[in-house]
Design a protein around this ligand. Structure first.
Ligand code: ATP
Length: 782
């Protein structure tokens, strides 16, 4: 019935025609953009076009401007680069070329374009828009278009998406493709690390970034490199060479067998002279006698298949781009879709481009502080985080605290292992050392603490931990006061003179905070700053947007689902029900569902009912009925493990098998502990580094007053450092910030029974999964 209706052309003519093009250097996630733009546009009743070969396609017209249907973009989520092509187009830089482009668009009836590219492409788009009325007039005057066409297409709507691996656009925290590129760099540096270690060599790794050091700096943080060179912050002194040698030598003296230097291709010194990899190599070889090699990563950084976060970013930004087209007005400036504080929003496209150009200008004028400021707000903080956690003792005397303010910091892990736990521990240890504190490692969680398995942490002992998955300290779910005797915990804290406690882990960490806070009234030794750094793949800890391990886990799910999807596709008519973890939190299913182009997701926040299953079966039947039988696709459904005791993964799969008749069959896949991932992702490593530094700062803040008082009154170090409620807190990621929130303030927003926050920012992404799978379009009722 559906097919008949479709063939008889009963569909109404679409109200609006929108085109998407990709331009400039390719970036992973551009295809995810095209997919989401095309599908969301169709779902809103628009006719969606793709312009092939960037602006060249606009100038050439004809078959380069193609009408897309729902299936044209099937499978594009996982494909790297841009399948509609990109080009650097000279003719579009001329008014004549743009006139031709306008003619081609108007003849197709298109006057809205979404452009995904870098600052050059977006500038070109804005120039095109500003000239549009004069092009329309010119075309009409020369009878190249009719008066009616000129009237209908008086205005051009432009919406920008930033596709760039460099993360070089001001105003947005992150650009589409940058994180995937970082993945490739980190994989390469991780591999180089092992050979450098074996041969005791130094490696100079050159990464992309002509005017932007984001890739180099983030790679430096994520891989624990010894030194980074970026354009925005040249090494302080006139001559950087002695400092480089000094740092490399100091690290070697500590016992390091390898030296890794990361250089952005546009790295400069303070007099704007380029710093080149070969020169660094010669210096390390000649001055320190270290066997040094250069690796230039080149186009491998263009990325290939996009990582989970780029797939999600591209999808939600693209949906926003279509919304912006549909709400645009002729007199408002062209918007650029950006990501700020973990929110998708928009800003004036040209303002963002101007700010971006200002960075290069500021560098050119040696205004390096201004250049840092113009980058995203975390950039300067991350640079300091790198220096403070990676380079030994490389500080002014003020950085090291006076003796009486130094504390013994205990670090332990709790809950299931997750990516980034070790990176956080490493940074905490190193930062604490650099501040003059005394970090101690507590093995095997609170039960280990009770048994006294505690050891001093050394700077070199945590070397390489950024890239280690799992938990080096050992972890379990024992919560003090519930599974472990609180008196013994307090006793060991007192005995070991622990003056600050850092708990890295999942919801059990939060429960521990609650118990420790309650027990303070009985045990003075617990009156110390205690912080919880959330680390769990379920993302169910209150007080943070992301817990450590979530990104690693999403990438593990994406790579498993890509493989499962391939199998399902090869079998032509197969629906996989894939079970993911998350406890009572649907985070992994929803975000994983977007990144894997899942058909739908079953999550605890919604539950499962018979009517829901019935409607899902109908939707699948309609999809398979509409497919060409010989080219039919596989499909994936994600189900959170704890969503229902009745509708288990097997039950759902069996229902689908029966109800699919001969149109499709079904299989299951339970991802289990694979979801904890192997190597932590770069984002988790970076989040770990920033958060761990904040944890140490938190402890300093909450102990300093008591320590100062004790010092002034010459009483010595008190056992009780603080009674303040705020000194027991979760240190979490809030948008672009890392902040502490006291356990007391978080309790009202926490559902302790279901072990999760009462509301979740990611829940608004949930409808996109179904929408982009054609729900509402491909149903028998449609
Ligand atoms: P990347 O960051 O990867 O370099 P980009 O978008 O900045 O991406 P560019 O080569 O600067 O890449 O621009 C891509 C294309 O955009 C150009 O080849 C040209 O067709 C068009 N373009 C750039 N600047 C302008 C401009 N000022 N006017 C018209 N078109 C432009």
């Amino acid at each position: 019935e559906y097919k008949k209706r479709k063939e008889s052309g009963e569909h109404h003519p679409p109200p609006r025609k929108i085109a998407i093009l990709t331009s400039g250097g390719d970036a992973p996630g551009m295809n995810a953009c095209v997919r989401a733009v095309v599908r969301y546009g169709i779902s809103k009743g628009c006719a969606m076009y793709a312009v092939y070969e960037g602006y060249q396609g606009l100038v050439d017209g004809g078959n380069q401007i193609r009408l897309m249907d729902w299936k044209s973009v099937r499978g594009w989520m996982r494909v790297g680069g841009t399948s509609i092509g990109t080009a650097r187009c000279k003719p579009f830089q001329t008014s004549e070329g743009r006139l031709k482009a306008a003619e081609n668009l108007i003849k197709e009836g298109i006057d809205s374009i979404i452009v995904c590219g870098g600052d050059g492409s977006l500038t070109g788009a804005d120039v095109f828009r500003s000239e549009w009325p004069s092009h329309v007039e010119n075309l009409k005057k020369n009878d190249r278009i009719t008066t009616e066409q000129a009237e209908q297409h008086k205005h051009l709507t432009i919406v920008g998406l930033v596709g760039s691996i460099d993360n070089d656009m001001s105003s947005t925290d992150i650009t589409i493709g940058a994180v995937t590129s970082l993945h490739r760099i980190c994989e390469a540096v991780d591999s180089i690390n092992t050979t450098a270690m074996s041969h005791s060599r130094a490696f100079v790794v050159e990464v992309m970034g002509r005017h932007c050091g984001w890739l180099a700096l983030m790679a430096g943080i994520a891989t624990g490199a010894d030194f980074v060179f970026i354009p925005e912050r040249p090494p302080g002194e006139e001559d950087w060479r002695p400092r480089l040698c000094d740092v490399a030598q100091r690290h070697r003296q500590m016992g390091k067998r390898k030296t890794i230097i990361i250089v952005a291709e546009g790295a400069l010194d303070t007099s704007l002279k380029p710093i080149k990899s070969e020169e660094i190599k010669d210096i390390l070889t000649e001055r320190l006698g270290i066997d040094t090699r250069v690796t230039t990563l080149g186009h491998v950084q263009r990325g290939g298949s996009p990582c989970a976060s780029d797939r999600i970013l591209a999808t939600i930004q693209s949906v926003e781009a279509v919304r912006a087209v549909l709400t645009s007005k002729p007199d408002t400036p062209s918007p650029l879709i950006i990501s700020r504080n973990n929110q998708i929003t928009s800003t004036s496209l040209m303002k963002a481009v101007e700010l971006t150009h200002e960075v290069a200008k500021a560098i050119g004028e040696k205004k390096f502080a201004r250049a840092m400021e113009l980058r995203d707000p975390q950039f300067a903080e991350e640079f300091d985080a790198f220096t403070a956690s990676t380079i030994l003792d490389d500080f002014s005397e003020n950085f090291v605290l006076p003796k009486h303010q130094r504390i013994r910091v205990g670090i332990l892990h709790i809950g299931a292992p997750s990516g980034g736990m070790n990176a956080a521990t490493r940074t905490a240890v190193r930062y604490a050392h650099n501040r003059g504190h005394h970090p101690v490692l507590i093995y095997n969680g609170f039960s280990g603490l009770v048994r006294g398995t505690i050891e001093d942490a050394t700077w070199i002992g945590v070397d390489g931990w950024t890239s280690h998955g799992g938990s080096e300290l050992g972890t379990n779910r024992d919560v003090p006061g519930i599974d472990v005797d609180m008196g013994m915990v307090a006793y060991q804290i007192q005995k070991n003179k622990i003056q600050g406690l850092m708990i890295i882990g999942g919801f059990e960490g939060f429960s521990s905070l609650v118990e420790l806070e309650k027990a303070r009234q009985h045990y003075p030794s617990l009156c110390i700053p205690i912080c919880h750094l959330p680390a769990t793949i379920s993302n169910n800890v209150p007080g943070t947007d992301y817990s450590l391990g979530t990104d690693t886990s999403l990438n593990a799910i994406v790579s498993a689902c890509d493989a499962i999807g391939q199998s399902a596709r090869s079998s032509r008519r197969r629906v996989f029900v894939v079970e993911v973890q998350g406890g009572k939190s649907g985070y992994l299913a929803v975000e994983g569902g977007i990144a894997c182009s899942a058909n739908t997701v079953y999550i605890p926040e919604e539950g499962i009912s018979l009517s829901r299953l019935q409607s899902d079966v109908k939707h699948l039947l309609a999809l398979y009925f509409d497919d060409d039988p010989d080219m039919s696709e596989g499909r994936i459904i994600l189900r959170t493990e704890d969503v229902s005791e009745t509708y288990t993964t097997d039950v759902i799969s069996n229902i689908l098998k029966d109800e699919g008749h001969r149109l499709f069959d079904s299989r299951t896949a339970i991802l289990g502990h694979i979801q904890q991932g192997d190597t932590p992702s770069p984002l988790d490593r970076i989040r770990a580094t920033r958060s761990a530094i904040k944890c140490i700062e938190f402890m300093e803040f909450h102990s300093s007053e008591a320590l100062d008082k004790a010092y002034l009154s010459k009483q010595g170090t008190p056992i009780e450092l603080t009674q303040c409620e705020d000194s027991v807190a979760v240190v979490g990621i809030w948008g672009a910030d890392v902040r502490s929130n006291s356990v007391k303030s978080l309790l009202p927003v926490t559902d302790m029974k279901n072990r999760k926050p009462r509301s979740a920012w990611w829940f608004e992404h949930r409808p996109l999964v179904d929408l982009l799978a054609g729900r509402g379009l491909f149903t028998p009722e449609a």
